[in-house]
Design a protein around this ligand. Structure first.
Ligand SMILES: [Zn+2]
Ligand SMILES: [Zn+2]
Length: 187
C-alpha cells in the first residue's frame, strides 16, 4: 500500500449520532433523517488500507451508489462524491474524482483527488503499466515461484507461502528462545 496520501482516522458512533474525524478534529452531530447519517452507516473502514469500503449498492463499474431525497427531489449520486462534498468540500465543475488508492468502492474522501478527465485517464494508464510490470514478476525475492500452492493472494498483492512459513517459524523460534531466557532469569 502506498502511503503517499493522508488518511485520517474517523470515529463515529451511530447510536449517539455523533462523529469525529479524529486527526482533523472535525466534530459533528447528525440527525437520524439526514442523508449523511445513512451514508455513514454504509461505510466499512478498513484499518489496514485506510479505505472506507462501501457496503451499499455498487454499480456495474464498481463504484458505490447513493440515492437520497432532498427537498422532495430524488438524487442519484456516486457515494464517494457525496462523501467528498460532505467532509471536504464541493468538487469543482468538470472535475472527476480520482481514487488514489485504486479501490473503486472506497469512499474515503482523503483517498480521492479531484482532477481533470485527461489527468484521470493518464493516471489510469500509468497504473495499468504498474500492474503489468508486477504481473511480469513470477518469483519471490528468494526465488520461489508464485504459482500453485506457493502462491498466496491478499487483495491485489501476492505472497510467497514458503517465505511466509519460514518467517513464522523464525518468529516462533525467537519467541521460544526468549521464553527460555526469561525462565532462566526469573529462576
Ligand atoms: Zn481508499
Ligand atoms: Zn519465497
Amino acid at each position: 500500500m502506498n502511503e503517499k496520501y493522508f488518511t485520517p482516522t474517523v470515529n463515529f458512533s451511530i447510536r449517539e449520532l455523533n462523529f469525529t474525524v479524529l486527526d482533523l478534529d472535525i466534530p459533528g452531530h447528525l440527525r437520524f433523517d439526514e442523508p449523511f447519517y445513512r451514508w455513514l452507516t454504509n461505510i466499512c473502514p478498513n484499518k489496514k488500507t485506510g479505505c472506507w469500503n462501501w457496503y451499499g449498492y455498487v454499480d456495474k463499474d464498481g463504484y458505490g451508489k447513493f440515492c437520497y431525497n432532498t427537498k422532495g427531489t430524488r438524487i442519484d449520486a456516486r457515494a464517494h462524491r457525496f462523501g467528498y462534498e460532505k467532509l471536504i468540500g464541493p468538487i469543482p465543475d468538470g472535475l472527476v474524482t480520482d481514487h488514489l488508492c485504486r479501490v473503486r468502492d472506497c469512499v474515503n474522501p482523503w483517498h480521492l483527488e479531484p482532477v481533470t478527465q485527461i489527468e484521470n485517464v493518464r493516471r489510469g494508464l500509468v497504473s495499468e503499466v504498474t500492474t503489468r510490470r508486477n504481473a511480469a514478476i513470477t518469483h519471490c525475492p528468494q526465488g520461489h515461484e508464485y504459482s500453485g500452492w506457493n502462491l498466496m493472494r491478499y487483495g491485489k498483492r501476492r505472497f510467497c507461502r514458503k517465505c511466509l512459513y519460514r518467517s513464522n517459524r523464525r518468529r516462533k523460534e525467537t519467541m521460544r528462545v526468549q521464553r527460555i531466557a526469561n525462565a532462566i532469569r526469573t529462576a
